[in-house]
Each structure stands twice: as C-alpha cells, then as structure tokens.
Ligand binder design. Structure first.
Ligand SMILES: [Mn+2]
Length: 238
C-alpha cells in the first residue's frame, strides 16, 4: 500500500493551482499524491487529516505577517489569508499527531510560523549584505551554495556538507519555532533548511525548490524518497 500524501495548492480569486513538478516528484518516489485546496470551512481540515499519511506544503506567495504578530512592511508581497489559515491548521494537526510534514520554499516558512516562529517579511530591506535569493536563471539551475550541518537528517540525505541549490524567495525564517532547528544555511546566513528537534516526529523544510531540480540533479530526488519512506513507515505503524 502506497502512502497518500496531501499537497497544498496556491490560490487566487477563482482557482487553485499547483505546478505539476510537486506531484510528479512524490509519485516518482512511490506515493499517491492528492491536492488540497483552500477550503472555505477550515474545520474540513480536521476531516482530512485522518485520510492522509503525510503532507507537503508547496511554494507560493507571502504569509500574512499577522500570523506571526507583525504589521506589514513595504517590502511585503501578495498574501492569501485563506490559504494561510488552512495550512496553519493542517500543519498544527499533523504535528500534534506526529504525521510526517515536508515544506518547500513558502512551505518551510509556513511550518515555522505554524509552530510558533517568525519571518523576515523581505530579506532585502530587513537584512544587510544578502545574496541574490530571487534568481534570474532557469528554475532547475542551482545558483547559490548552502552548508549542511553534520548529524542532521538533511546531511544524511545528501551525504555531504555543501550543495548548490536554486532560490526563489525574498522572505526567510527570522525566529525559529521552539520545536525546530536550522540544519542548512547559505553563505549570508539565511536559514535554508529546518527539521524537528525531537526524535519521534518528522518535520523537514527546505527553502529551495527540489521539485524543480530532481530530474536534472538526482540527489534532490532523495529528499522526496526519504519523505515518502517516512510516510510509508507511519502508514505501516512503525
Ligand atoms: Mn536561497
């Protein structure tokens, strides 16, 4: 039995959207992906959680800074409060039940906020000497280095201390949620990966887009494989 993994979607005025690279990556890693829209009634999340073996929070626009107790600054981009509400609830429920959680780009930020952390609304106006994190290069192309901390999950996946990643973000983690630790940083010390500090749950967030890279750079597929394996184990009750 393959694990069933929900993937959250981007929303606009009249549609829900997901780049197909997300579900292709999970399918390729042995899961059955299903898409999760921004329901009108956030209570529907409680019904959904029991049906899923894992959740992937996809990329997208900025989070409403009110979700971490801040007023909007000028550098804040587009926000989708309905999506935020659904995803925060979903993340908190998954964490409570110790079901596997994976976040990509906006997803790492969402996880951090849902579990009690905060964000830089705009790294270019709130931090000094930042590298270019909004690349003008093909989406699969890695443009900046990150350093992976030893004895972490992400290090065990890549088996090295430095990799190159793509980058499509102007926000980043500011204060870490108490249950998370940073496990990778870029040269300008932006947090590029997080995982949980306790041993009995699985939370992984990456600030880059492995779903855009895995077909050309096979090592990136290992992130999806490792996540799907954890979801499969959870499903089997291990
Ligand atoms: Mn980056």
């Amino acid at each position: 039995m393959k694990p069933t993994i929900g993937i959250t979607c981007s929303v606009d005025e009249d549609s829900a959207r997901l780049n197909d690279a997300y579900y292709r990556a999970l399918e390729g890693a042995g899961a059955v992906p299903v898409l999760i829209p921004a329901y009108s009634d956030s209570e529907n999340i409680l019904e959904l959680v029991g049906l899923l073996d894992g959740v992937l929070f996809s990329g997208g626009v900025d989070l409403d800074p009110h979700s971490y107790g801040e007023e909007p600054i000028k550098g804040l981009g587009q926000i989708t409060p309905n999506r935020d509400e659904i995803e925060i609830k979903l993340c908190q429920q998954f964490f409570k039940l110790k079901k596997p959680i994976f976040g990509i780009c906006r997803g790492i930020q969402l996880i951090n906020v849902a579990l009690g952390g905060s964000l830089y609304q705009d790294i270019y106006s709130q931090r000094q000497n930042v590298l270019k994190h909004s690349q003008d290069a093909p989406s699969y192309h890695p443009t900046h280095k990150i350093h992976l901390i030893e004895n972490t999950f992400i290090h065990s996946v890549f088996q090295k201390s430095e990799i190159l990643v793509n980058s499509f973000h102007h926000q980043a983690i500011k204060n870490l949620a108490p249950v998370l630790k940073a496990t990778a940083h870029s040269e300008d010390n932006v947090i590029e990966a997080v995982e949980n500090t306790d041993m009995d749950s699985f939370v992984l967030g990456v600030q880059w887009h492995p779903e855009r890279m895995f077909q050309k750079y096979r090592e990136q597929a290992r992130l999806f494989e490792a996540f799907v394996e954890r979801c499969a184990s959870r499903k089997r009750g291990i």
